[in-house]
Design a protein around this ligand. Sequence first.
Ligand SMILES: Nc1nc2c(ncn2[C@@H]2O[C@H](COP(=O)(O)OP(=O)(O)OP(=O)(O)O)[C@@H](O)[C@H]2O)c(=O)[nH]1
Length: 316
Amino acid sequence: MPGSLDGTETPEGFKSGFACFVGRPNAGKSTLTNALVGTKIAIASAKPQTTRHAIRGIVNRPDAQLVLIDTPGLHRPRTLLGERLNDVVRATWSEVDTVGVCLPADQKIGPGDTYLVGELAKLPRVPALVAVATKSDLVGPTRMAQHLMAIQALEETLGITWTHIVPVSSVTDDQLDVLADTLVSLLPDGPPLYPGGEVTDEPEETLVAELIRESVLETVRDELPHSITVAIEEMGLREGRPADKPLLDVYASMIVERDSQKGIIIGHRGERLRDIGEKSRRQIEALLGTPVYLDLRIKVLKEWQRNPKHLNRLGF
Ligand SMILES: Nc1nc2c(ncn2[C@@H]2O[C@H](COP(=O)(O)OP(=O)(O)OP(=O)(O)O)[C@@H](O)[C@H]2O)c(=O)[nH]1
């Protein structure tokens, strides 16, 4: 008996399953996820390694439901955080039906890419691999042809098989439909895994923390390395408000490693901190559709990336 979506029967031949995009930092994974899902969920930014959580977007079509998981990048592990992230990545890879390996067309295939694909090849159960030549708008046909040949050549050097190789651009919407069809074709038959129009099953607190982190990175640009994380201390609707005038209280901490970084975030006379707070608040309101009171603080947790106690508290 097929499952039902909004009370209607699942059509014959309906497909559903999971996919994730992998690739070096800045390969265009988040942008591609957003372009396919059509809602901003994963966090895209010009800075590498902004995606730390497995954020899912759902592509709902009349013939299929494709659940996209946005994993953090695989690192050559140097810190405990790096190792934990790699475990998360491998666990995700083992659960999906297909992995889209994003190889940006404006960059030569490098050691980072071969390392990544090599790691995929080592999994006990290798998912269907689709090579996605991202950012096709940035190159001409000659460069694209070279790139596609280099991608093809990985089959022999790494002992893998691409089920498909698809060039796409998330910016000009080039071939996104082809990619969606390709990924859907690799899913098993089955009813929708998530009924209704949900686009994410990530807890709201995680999304809110990611939005704040994005605002910080946008505001401080190149002055702050990636040693910042955001923790939601408390989040809830304020009691005693009339039902038509809800207010969401959010108490959040931005966690940095050094006092000097705290100064960078605060800025001259606290201007930056105010900017970050304002930007974050507007984004959270847009995401959740509720007015927000945001209490944003900065904490210095020395060397949090290396300390297991801190990592556990932060959910890594
Ligand atoms: N021209 C062009 N730029 C793109 C395209 N896709 C992504 N970008 C840009 O490339 C940069 C990185 O994109 P992201 O989607 O954040 O990359 P990512 O792979 O998720 O990056 P990490 O989170 O660091 O792993 C951003 O500045 C995007 O705007 C594309 O199709 N064309």
